[in-house]
Design a protein around this ligand. Structure first.
Ligand code: SF4
Length: 318
């Protein structure tokens, strides 16, 4: 059983010792050079009433982001084609609002979107905020396979990140998703002003979920002008690599995803992240609200590192 003290001990090892340990765990559980590619699409942007202090989509901050209504099923066709062209095996649909209850009209609209693409051969993940059990069951029935809901940070720091919902609300959503038979994707954001201790507490919470999340996205804050966290200092890439290493050791079977903020990392820093155990990323030029590393740069990075497209047999494997 992991404890905060055991995580601290792991994290504080000399950097190369930690990296070597993580690499050993990674090679025992995953192919050496396989990186999962996921395509992200914003199906309903901006205008959210929540107050997450990092988020361009909160209506409380003047970020200049344009608001768009929920996409119609036909508009998802392009996203499916982009995902295929980029070699993605998973399509992640994200909507900006507090969450979904079974009685919400938006739930049926999202289900129609999912039903329109469920036979396309892509894993379907959705990120729709706080979820009640009935809504989770309806999404599973419509064809959703994975639910993303990030813890973002540790429980003690959470109220410094958002006040319109709690850390406990987020855990309840993860449980509702699991009980409905959805696989979990849950991780965090580095650079919100949190301490290393907060990051480790977040990881400890993730490991205590049963089963643990199948994917763990680790984002770097992309400071958005107009949001309260815009002035935050960037994260040292070595701190990110340390956290990826600890995550890999704690969650040997999970995919660890480089998510927002990847384009702020050098090619060499990204290679170190892969060495530490990151084996998933978002591909394509755009994330929910921020630009991603370009597809051409990704192709050049994969070619430099000898990373192949995942084989069809490996697609969707946990
Ligand atoms: S992170 Fe999600 S819930 Fe929070 S403000 Fe942004 S869109 Fe709303």
């Amino acid at each position: 059983m992991e404890t905060l003290e055991s995580l601290r001990t792991l994290y504080r090892q000399p950097f190369l010792a930690l990296l070597t340990q993580a690499r050993g765990v990674h090679l025992a559980h995953h192919p050496m050079d396989e990186i999962q590619r996921c395509e992200l699409v914003n199906i309903k942007g901006g205008g959210c009433r929540e107050d997450c202090r990092y988020c361009a989509q909160s209506a409380r901050y003047a970020t200049g982001l344009s608001v768009h209504k929920l996409l119609e099923p036909a508009a998802l066709r392009q996203a499916v084609e982009d995902a295929r062209a980029h070699g993605a095996t998973r399509l992640c649909l994200g909507a900006a609002w507090r969450g979904l209850k079974e009685s919400d009209a938006q739930l049926e609209a999202v289900c129609r979107l999912v039903e329109a693409i469920r036979e396309e051969g892509l894993e379907i993940c959705v990120t729709l905020g706080l979820l009640e059990p009935g809504a989770a069951r309806r999404l599973r029935e419509a064809g959703v396979m994975i639910y993303n809901h990030n813890l973002n940070t540790g429980p003690k720091f959470y109220e410094r990140v958002a006040t319109t919902h709690t850390f406990a609300d987020r855990i309840a959503t993860l449980r509702a998703a699991q009980e409905a038979g959805l696989r979990l994707c849950s991780g965090g954001i580095l650079g919100l002003g949190e301490s290393v201790e907060d990051r480790l507490e977040m990881l400890l919470t993730l490991c205590q979920l049963d089963p643990a999340p199948e994917s763990v996205p680790l984002n770097l804050l992309v400071p958005i002008p107009g949001t309260p966290l815009a002035p935050q200092a960037p994260v040292d890439p070595f701190d990110l690599v340390r956290l990826i290493s600890v995550t890999r050791i704690l969650l040997p079977y999970s995919r660890i995803r480089l998510a927002a903020g990847r384009r702020s990392l050098s090619r060499e820093a990204q290679a170190l992240c892969f060495l530490a155990g990151a084996n998933s990323l978002f591909i394509g030029e755009q994330l929910l609200t921020t630009p991603n590393q370009s597809f051409d740069l990704d192709q050049s990075l994969f070619s430099a590192l000898g990373i192949e497209e995942p084989s069809s047999a490996a697609r969707g494997q946990f």
